[in-house]
Design a protein around this ligand. Structure first.
Ligand code: NAD
Length: 482
C-alpha cells in the first residue's frame, strides 16, 4: 500500500521520508474485517530527537523568518491539495479506523477547512500598543513558541491534526506530530501534501509509533516548547507531568460525558436527530459525544419511545458500506465497550440497533445500545464509554437537571433543548462545559468555534482564533526614548 506515493513504514523528518532508527514496524489492522492492512514505523526516542532537531532547524531558517502572508498562502494550498485528494484520504481513513465513508469524507472537508481558516487568520493576529508613561513607547508582539509537539488520538485524526497543527503553523511554529498507532495513514499523507504545497523542510515532521515510546519521548523532550495533547485522561496526566518537568505550556483535550437537557417545552421532533446522532456518530468514539440524555418527566415517555424507534433502525457494518455506524477502531476498544455493556446488565435497554448479518466475523462491531431510566450515579452515566451507547436519565426540575448535568468529573460540551429564553441563558452560564449549544448539538462542528474542556475534560482551547493565542506567546516591548 502506497497512499499518495507514501511508504507507510517511514517517518517524515526534515522534509524527507526516512526509515525509523530501529527499523522496526507496527502492524495496522482494518477494524471492519480484522485483516492486516499494512505496517507503520515504530518510531523511537531517537527519531523524535531527530524530528525535534529538524523542527528547531526550520525555526532557525527560512520558516522562522517567514511572514504571516507566506504562511497563509502555504496553508491555503495545503487545504486545496487536501480537497483535491478527498476520495483517497476518505477511503484511507475508512480502512484505517473503520469510519463510514460519508463521515470520513466530512473529516477530509474539515481538515481542508482548518487549513483555509488558519490561512485566513494567520495575518490577522496583531499585537497592541499600550499608552504608558511619558517618554515610553510600549507595544506587544505575538510570537511563536518555537517547536510544538502534537500528540493526537485515532478517533478524528484529520480533524485534530487540522485544528492543532494548522493553528501552530499559522503562528509560525515548527511541529512534530505523533499520530496514534492505530491511525497513522492520513497523518502521513497530510505531511506529503504539506510538502507538495511548499511547506519548508522541518516545519512539519511526523513520527508514528507507540504512545509509551515515541509519544512519551516527544512529551519529555527538552527541545519542545509547547505540547498539544488530545486523548485519554490517564495519558493526559502523564503529558502534563512531562510538560511540568520542562516548564512548557500544554493544551489538554481529553474525554467527556456530555449531556443534552431536554425540557417539557422543547421541540422534540427537531431535537431527535441530534439526540441520537450525537451518541452514535463515529460509533460513539467522539470526545464530545453526547452519552447522557436528560429528559424532563412531561416528555420522558415520548422521547424514550421516539429515540428507541430510531435506534431500532440503526445498522452497523463495514466502513466501506457506509451505514449508520461502522466498527469500533479495534477489538481492544470493542472489549472495553462490551465491558461497559456488562456493567449495564441491571439496566433497562430501550432499544438496540443491528450489526448487519454479513459483517465480517473479525470486525470490531458493537450494536448501538440505548438504556432508559438510568440513575445519574450509575457507572454508565458517569464514565466515558467511547462506544455507541447512550443513557436516558429522567428529571423533574431545572435545578435537578443542572445538578445531574454538572455531576460528573468531566466538562466538555452540553446542550439545552427548551423554548424558554431565560432558562437557556441561565443554563448556558451555569453548565460546566467548554461549549454549550442551545436547541442544537455540535453546531456543525465549526472550525471557527473555540473548543476545549474543564475538569477532567482538560484545559486550553483549540479551534477558532483562540487557538492562535495558545500557539503563541506574548512579548511586551517598552522603549524609553525621552
Ligand atoms: P490515548 O490517550 O490512549 O492516546 C492518544 C495519543 O496519546 C496516541 O497518539 C497515543 O499513542 C499517545 N500516547 C499513549 N500513551 C502515551 C504516553 N505514555 N506518552 C505520550 N503519548 C502517549 O487516547 P485514545 O484511546 O487514542 O483516544 C481516546 C481518548 O481521547 C478518549 O478519552 C477521548 O475522549 C479523547 N479525545 C478527546 C478529544 C478532545 O478534543 N477533547 C478528541 C478526541 C479524543
Amino acid at each position: 500500500m502506497r497512499p499518495l506515493g507514501v511508504t507507510p513504514e517511514q517517518c517524515f523528518i526534515g522534509g524527507v521520508w526516512t526509515e525509523g532508527a530501529s527499523g522496526e514496524t507496527l502492524p495496522l489492522t482494518n477494524p471492519s474485517d480484522g485483516q492486516a492492512l499494512c505496517a507503520i514505523a515504530r518510531g523511537s526516542a531517537e527519531d523524535i530527537d531527530r524530528a525535534v532537531q529538524a523542527a528547531e532547524g526550520a525555526m532557525q531558517g527560512a520558516w522562522g523568518r517567514s511572514t504571516a502572508v507566506e504562511r497563509s498562502r502555504i496553508l491555503y494550498k495545503i487545504g486545496q491539495l487536501v480537497l483535491d485528494n478527498i476520495d483517497a484520504l476518505a477511503e484511507l481513513e475508512a480502512l484505517d479506523v473503520g469510519k463510514p465513508l460519508k463521515q470520513a469524507r466530512a473529516d477530509v472537508v474539515a481538515l481542508a477547512r482548518y487549513m483555509e481558516f488558519y490561512a485566513g487568520a494567520a495575518d490577522k493576529i496583531h499585537g497592541a500598543t499600550i499608552p504608558y508613561m511619558d517618554g515610553y513607547t510600549v507595544y506587544t508582539l505575538r510570537q511563536p513558541h518555537g517547536v510544538t509537539g502534537h500528540i493526537v488520538p485515532w478517533n478524528y485524526p484529520m480533524q485534530i491534526i487540522g485544528r492543532s497543527v494548522g493553528a501552530a503553523l499559522a503562528m509560525g511554529n515548527a511541529c512534530v506530530l505523533k499520530p496514534a498507532e492505530e491511525a497513522c495513514l492520513t497523518a502521513l499523507c497530510f505531511a506529503e501534501l504539506a510538502h507538495r504545497a511548499g511547506l519548508p523542510a522541518g516545519a512539519l515532521n511526523v513520527v508514528p509509533g507507540l504512545g509509551a515510546e515515541a509519544g512519551a519521548a516527544l512529551a519529555a523532550h527538552e527541545g519542545v516548547h509547547h505540547i498539544s495533547f488530545t486523548g485519554s485522561v490517564g495519558v493526559g496526566k502523564l503529558i502534563q507531568q512531562s510538560a511540568g518537568e520542562n516548564v512548557v505550556p500544554v493544551t489538554l483535550e481529553l474525554g467527556g460525558k456530555s449531556p443534552q437537557l431536554v425540557f417539557d417545552d422543547a421541540d422534540i421532533e427537531a431535537a431527535l436527530p441530534f439526540l441520537v446522532n450525537a451518541g452514535i456518530q463515529n460509533a460513539g468514539q467522539t470526545c464530545s459525544a453526547s452519552s447522557r440524555i436528560l429528559v424532563q418527566r412531561g416528555v420522558y415517555d415520548e422521547v424514550v419511545a421516539k429515540m428507541a424507534d430510531r435506534y431500532a433502525a440503526l445498522r452497523a457494518g463495514p466502513a466501506m458500506d457506509d451505514l449508520d455506524v461502522g466498527p469500533l477502531v479495534s477489538t481492544r476498544q470493542k472489549d472495553i465497550v462490551e465491558g461497559f455493556l456488562k456493567q449495564g446488565a441491571d439496566l433497562t435497554i430501550a432499544a438496540q440497533g443491528q450489526v448487519v448479518s454479513d459483517a465480517p466475523a473479525g470486525g470490531a462491531y458493537v450494536a448501538p445500545t440505548l438504556f432508559e431510566a438510568v440513575n445519574a450515579d450509575h457507572a454508565l452515566a458517569q464514565d466515558e464509554i467511547f462506544g455507541p451507547v447512550q443513557v436516558i436519565i429522567p428529571f423533574d426540575t431545572e435545578q435537578e437537571a443542572l445538578a445531574i448535568a454538572n455531576g460528573t468529573k468531566y466538562g466538555l460540551v452540553a446542550s439545552v433543548w427548551s423554548a424558554n429564553g431565560a432558562r437557556q441563558m441561565r443554563l448556558a452560564k451555569a453548565l460546566r462545559a467548554g461549549q454549550v449549544f442551545i436547541n442544537n448539538y455540535g453546531a456543525g462542528g465549526g472550525v471557527e468555534l473555540p473548543f476545549g474542556g474543564t475538569g477532567l475534560s482538560g484545559h486550553g482551547r483549540e479551534k477558532g482564533f483562540e487557538a492562535l493565542y495558545g500557539f503563541s506567546t506574548l512579548k511586551t516591548v517598552a522603549a524609553l526614548h525621552g
